[in-house]
Design a protein around this ligand. Structure first.
Ligand code: XMP
Length: 509
């Protein structure tokens, strides 16, 4: 495994992605990690990440200098390189001006990190300070016009430094450089595969849980579904899933889930139909945050009542992913890492005195999808677009009523049908319909109508932090409008949302 020390760079997750894509396991840890823990993790190499600080800054992050005595290869990137050079006796000069963007890298010798890399190649720079003097044993291995020490190494000690970012796409040969580090310099093996992950995770779960019972809140999304499959593989019938049908799901969604899990996968699952309870509690409520709170509370009540029926349950399984953990652990090394809990079950473990099992907590979303494939989850489930916990309640602007819910479910089903048929479902991060609390005048046949308006939202995104409205073909937009107005009673106007996030959000509420 490779250890990545997090000095706060916005590109840290990318470094980890690149290493994992190369089938080498890695973990991102804060610089406060102690040497004993590092030794116990037994890494084959250490990557010191970039970061926004200057090593002269008052609170600049630092890691114990003993890591340089471990005889493990170290790759410092940007701030990570400056930190290494500074601590080993070199000097870093404060820059007058930041260097940002593309630069041409001139490589001295095609060896080490630069084996099989062209002597002239582009690299992506983003730094203020630069190296002024190298410590004993280090040599310059590459330069750019503005940065004479753009790369350096101490071959004997296997310490390498890059002033630029090999992990970003803008450094086209960055991947080769990282491969050289992983395989030639650290001697890593390509052992990180989902098959191996399953083997290890299953034995880990068995060790943690033993013969005790586990409960899991199934939402129908890919994360909780994959968690269920993995835990089922480890402990079989000692896993019970609880699926709360809150009546706010897409059309036929609950039935589909019942089919996938109940028949095909033979997992013990309790379906609780609670739509009536949710609708009753939501009556006359228009405020989005109030809706969320009500839905969260009813969910907890229903889930807890059901979970109490499972005698002897000691564990609660959750589909927490790695980005949640990375984002909540402090880059500068807070002593604890606070883990964000799942929207739907937050607070339950403490309330019910359950211990947590989170087998996906070191995986990225695309790895979870690969894992789903390895565990033979069907494609439809694997590629499901994200769906919010409060469901259609936050896509019905204003009050949620049974009638409005029925209208939105029909509209949404037609929309997804057309999006799938046009081959857009997987290309879009999310696509859905929103029912507005407004009516507009229309004409159907010879009759004047006064009916509902729906808005269509389709966005592309990588992580939901930012999103762009999808440039769908006009012909497809036309199909949405024709089918929806013709087929759904109570809708006479369809509009398309052309706002990006920020400044808008993906959901309307
Ligand atoms: P926004 O609307 O903030 O949404 O751009 C970002 C992502 O989060 C989802 N979302 C939620 N998910 N409970 C959830 O489980 C919620 O209350 C909630 N609100 C928004 C949204 O669908 C998008 O993927």
């Amino acid at each position: 495994m490779i250890l990545i020390i997090d000095f706060g760079s916005q590109f840290n997750q990318l470094i980890a992605r690149r290493v994992r894509e190369s089938h080498v396991y890695c973990q991102i840890v804060p610089p406060s990690i102690n040497i004993k823990t590092i030794k116990s993790l037994n890494p084959e190499g250490i990557i010191l990440s970039g970061g926004p600080s200057s090593i002269y800054g008052k609170n600049s992050p630092k890691i114990d200098r003993k890591i340089f005595d471990l005889k493990i290869p170290v790759l410092g990137i940007c701030y990570g390189m400056q930190f290494m050079i500074h601590i080993l006796g070199g000097s870093v000069k404060k820059a007058q001006k930041r260097e940002y963007g593309f630069a041409e890298l001139k490589i001295k010798k095609q060896e080490g990190l630069f084996k099989s890399v062209d002597k002239k190649t582009a690299c992506w720079m983003s730094h203020g300070d630069s190296i002024e003097k190298l410590p004993k044993g280090f040599t310059i291995t590459a330069s750019t016009k503005n940065t004479s020490i753009a790369a350096t190494n101490n071959k004997t000690k296997r310490f390498y430094g890059l002033q630029f970012h090999p992990e970003v796409h803008h450094t086209p040969k960055g991947k080769n450089m990282l491969h050289n580090f992983l395989f030639d310099i650290c001697g890593c093996k390509r052992t990180w595969t989902m098959k191996n992950f399953v083997k290890n995770a299953v034995s880990e779960i068995q060790k943690t849980v033993g013969i005790k019972k586990v409960i899991l809140g199934l939402s129908g999304g890919v994360d909780s579904s994959v968690t269920a499959l993995l835990i089922h593989q480890a402990i079989g019938k000692n896993l019970t899933c609880i699926f709360v049908d809150n009546g706010l799901l897409r059309k036929n969604e609950a039935e589909k889930l019942r089919k996938t899990f109940g028949q095909h996968l033979k997992i013990k699952i309790r379906f609780v139909k609670a739509g009536g309870k949710f609708l009753k509690a939501l009556a006359k409520i228009s405020d989005p945050e109030k809706k969320r709170k009500i839905i969260g509370k009813i969910f907890m009540d229903v889930f807890e009542t059901e979970a109490k029926k499972i005698k002897g349950a000691e564990f609660l399984a959750q589909g927490t992913l790695y980005p949640d953990i990375i984002e909540s652990q402090s880059a500068f090394g807070g002593p604890t890492s606070i883990i964000k809990s799942h929207h739907n079950v937050g607070g339950l473990p403490a309330k019910m005195k359950l211990k947590l099992v989170e087998p996906l907590k070191y995986l990225f979303k695309d790895e979870v999808r690969q894992l789903g494939k390895t565990l033979k989850l069907n494609d439809e489930m694997i590629w499901r677009q994200p769906f919010p916990g409060p469901g259609l309640a936050i896509r019905i602007i204003g009050e949620v009523t049974r009638k409005r819910l029925t209208i939105l479910k029909e509209v949404d089903a037609i929309l997804l049908d057309e999006i799938r048929a046009a081959g857009y479902y997987r290309k879009l991060w999310q696509s859905f319909a929103v029912l507005l609390p407004l009516k507009s005048v229309g004409i159907m046949g010879d009759q004047r109508t006064y009916e509902n308006i729906v808005a269509i939202r389709a966005v592309t995104s990588k992580d939901a932090m930012t999103a762009d409205w999808a440039r769908l073909p006009h012909k497809l937009l036309g199909k949405f409008s024709n089918r929806i107005i013709n087929e759904v009673h109570g809708v006479n106007r369809v509009v398309y949302d052309i706002s990006s996030k920020p400044p808008s959000t993906i959901e309307w509420e």
